[in-house]
Structure formats: C-alpha cells, structure tokens
Design a protein around this ligand. Structure first.
Ligand code: ADP
Ligand code: ASP
Ligand code: MG
Length: 406
C-alpha cells in the first residue's frame, strides 16, 4: 500500500515525539508499505513566529509572513527524515516547493492548484520515505512562498494523498479519532467509527478543529479516504468517507462550538430595497467573510436592525466599516460583541427527521441560555449564545441528543 501519514504539532512537539513518529513510520515501512509523511511545525511554533512578527511590525507584510511561518514545518520535516534514517531506513525531506505544491498567490491562505511531485515520486519508487513540510506551497507564476491557512498541514496531506494516488491518508493527532464533540470539553464524548465527508465538513467549518475545513472539502471532492488516529497509541481511528445507510440512521452525530466569531449590529437601517446588498457588498469588498445574518423589521415598518457575524480577527475592521455605513445610510447606531459563541448540532439524519431545532432551543432554554441568533441548513442547526455558556451548552446538547454514555 501507499500510505500518507500526517503528524500534527503535538505529535512532533519535541525530539522524543519526533523519534516516536520515526518509529511509527519505520513500522509501516517494515510492513511493506510505501510511506509519504507530512509534518506540521512543533506545537506552538507557528503562534510563536506570529508573535515575533507582531513584535517587529504593527502590520506584518503577508509575503514575509509566509516565508517566516513556512520555516516551522521545514524544521520538523528535516528532523523527522533524520530520525527515520537513524533507524536504518532511507528518508528524504522536501519543502513545499521541492514537492511541487503549486498554489495561487493569496498569501497566508493560498489554495493548492496542482502538485507535480516528480522528485518525490521517484524517491518513493527508489525506496525512500518521503517527508514533506506541510502547510506550504509555491506560486506557479513567480516562485513566491505561500502558506495554506491555519491547520493547513491537513490540506497538504490530503492533497498529496490525492496526487500520489495513495490508498489512505492517515491524520495522526492528539486524540484517537473524531468524537461526537470535543473530548477535551466533554469527557463522555464518543468516538465515531466513521463519519461522512459532509458531516465532517460541517463539524470542521463549525469549529471542530480536528480536521481543517479545506482538507475535508478536498478529500470529499477527490474521494480521498481519510483516517483520523492518535500518534500516542494504536487505537483504531475514525474513517471519513462517503455517506452510507448506517449514518442516516443517526439524527445528530456531533456537536461543535466556535468561539472565534464576533456579532455586529446596525440599528435603525432604512427599510428599502438595495440596503442589504449595499451593506454586504462593502463588507465583502474588504475581504471579510460574513456567516450568519439576521434582519428584523421594526414595528412601524420603516426601519430594520441588521445583525451578522464575522471572524473575530476581522471584527475591528468590520466595526469600522459598519460605523461608516451607519453615517452614510442615516442609520441610528452600530455595535459589536465578541463575547459570543456559535454552538451547532450536525447530522445527515436531520434531512429526514423533524424537531431537531425545536429540541435544541428547548434544551438551551431549560438551562437559561439565551439564543442571540439562529441559522439552519439541511444537516445542521446553529445558535449564537453568550460565550460564557459555551461549555455548558455543548455538554447539555450532547446529553440531550443522546450522544453521551454507551
Ligand atoms: P494537530 O495539531 O494534530 O493538527 P489539532 O489541535 O489541530 O491537532 O486538532 C486536534 C484537536 O481537535 C483535539 O485535541 C480536540 O481538542 C479538538 N477537537 C474539536 N472537536 C473535536 C471532535 N469532534 N473530535 C475530536 N477532536 C476534536
Ligand atoms: N503549523 C500550522 C498551524 O499551526 C499548520 C498546521 O499545524 O497544520 O496552523
Ligand atoms: Mg490541526
């Protein structure tokens, strides 16, 4: 078999962990597999580098930021290859560029366009373990170093698995699979044997960081079988794959939370055609991604209040824009709250079951948790609440939908 194994930050956090990864890789080689390894930076390293950038500049240039951040993964790829060689196996480390990972030019969140990987394919054929620095690529047009967004080594791994036509892409992390909710918040969370790409995509985009959202999108599009496992033990992991009958039987398969959003409200907006399009065009032009939107017409029907959520990192920029909008539209006021959280329940079974939203609202109400915003899709219901109730909400919803216990 050809296996891609991705090791996240905690799995390569220090030299002992890197040696343990090398042992695991060596075991797969001894079992007769060809192995391509993708590594993250040591845990905390990327944050540390961002911190350094912020100390030397109030607005670090994104081009230089990518050059800086890509260095963390270079370190672990070289060290991992050395550790594998030390165990008597041939290994060769590759940067994103040497792997031929070609991306668009959007610094700090580039998209992979293609992977050439000829040199790595040759090395694999010659019996080398190939160790690739995750999270990075190079632009096709002008050789600029790019990174793939936070958590982007997952995407590197899935894309490499697809390019190499690997039999499986194993994501090794600090939990032994995808759980019904974050096991670090709810110890009763249960490990899922398998989960559909669609549910995993919802969970990831709603805050479950066990897999990066874009890596799931990529896996779904190119049909890459992904297994999430622990690098700390040999427990069987979770298979992320196509939806099947068993999955539809379960109404809610997981609960996710996201504390990285902020809510903005513009009050007293004149209620006439074209206003929403005007507001959200300005926000989109500033490259801010809007998630939930709620509009309420006032009693007299002449004005509306408009609330929406944006990533916390863009909240100040968004507030400044909404203040400009308030004065240009003659609205009354705007304000921003970043002490909020989005709590979501996800499951493909919701397509054929009614009452999930009602049960979610009732559960939150019975614990005196106020709902600030709601949004639904075919397979998820999300509520925005006060951030201080996040853990409580996740726990009681997990319990209410029967996800706890055996
Ligand atoms: P890595 O550094 O290996 O990429 P991450 O920290 O990005 O690891 O992702 C693993 C973490 O994801 C876990 O430690 C866990 O706290 C979190 N997580 C959130 N939701 C879930 C879930 N539903 N199942 C498993 N882990 C989850
Ligand atoms: N090191 C990068 C990050 O911390 C990429 C990754 O770990 O996947 O976001
Ligand atoms: Mg991660």
């Amino acid at each position: 078999m050809l296996i891609v194994q991705k090791y996240g930050g905690t799995s390569v956090a220090n030299v002992d962990r890197i040696k343990a990864v090398a042992e695991r890789v060596a075991r797969s080689v001894k079992e007769g597999h060809k192995v391509a390894v993708v590594v993250s930076a040591m845990s905390g390293e990327t944050d540390k580098l961002i911190g350094l950038a912020n100390q030397v500049s109030s607005n670090p240039n994104e081009r230089e930021m990518d050059l800086l951040l890509s260095s963390g993964e270079r370190v672990t790829s070289a060290l991992t290859a050395m550790a594998i060689e030390d165990l008597g196996h041939k290994a060769m480390a590759f940067t994103g560029r040497q792997m031929g990972i070609v991306t668009d030019g959007v610094h700090t969140k580039a998209k992979i366009e293609k992977i050439t990987g000829d040199k790595a394919k040759k090395a694999l054929d010659e019996g080398y373990v190939v160790v690739v620095a995750g999270f990075q690529g190079i632009t096709g047009s002008d050789d600029e170093v790019t990174t793939l967004g936070r958590g982007g080594s997952d995407l590197s791994a899935v894309a490499i698995a697809s390019a190499l036509n690997a039999d499986v892409c194993e994501i090794y992390t600090d939990v032994d699979g995808v759980y019904t909710t974050d096991p670090n918040i709810v110890p009763e969370a249960k490990k899922l044997q398998k989960i559909s790409y669609e549910e995993m995509l919802e969970l990831a985009s709603l805050g479950a960081k066990v897999l990066q959202t874009r890596s799931v999108e990529f896996a779904m599009k190119y049909d890459v079988p992904v297994v999430v496992r622990s690098s700390f033990n040999d427990n069987p992991g979770t298979l992320v794959t196509k939806e099947d009958r068993d999955m539809e039987q379960v109404v809610v398969s997981g609960v996710a939370y996201d504390k990285n959003q902020a809510k903005l409200t513009i009050m007293g907006v004149p209620d006439k055609p074209g206003i929403a399009s005007g507001i959200f065009k300005q926000i989109a032009d500033a490259n801010i991604v809007v998630d939930m939107i709620v509009q309420n017409v006032s009693g007299d029907g002449k004005s509306t209040d408009m609330s929406f959520t944006v990533p916390k990192t863009d909240s100040k920029k968004a507030l400044k824009l909404t203040e400009e909008i308030v004065s240009s539209l003659g609205a009354k006021a705007s304000h921003m709250r970043d002490d909020i959280a989005k709590i979501s329940v996800v499951g493909v079974g919701m397509r054929t079951h009614s009452g999930v939203a009602a049960q979610m609202f009732e559960t939150l109400a019975s614990h005196n948790i106020n709902i600030l915003m709601i949004s639904t899709s075919e397979i998820k219901v999300s509520c925005v609440i006060d951030a201080k109730y996040t853990e409580l909400a996740v726990r009681v919803l997990h319990e209410a939908f029967g996800l706890s216990g055996s």
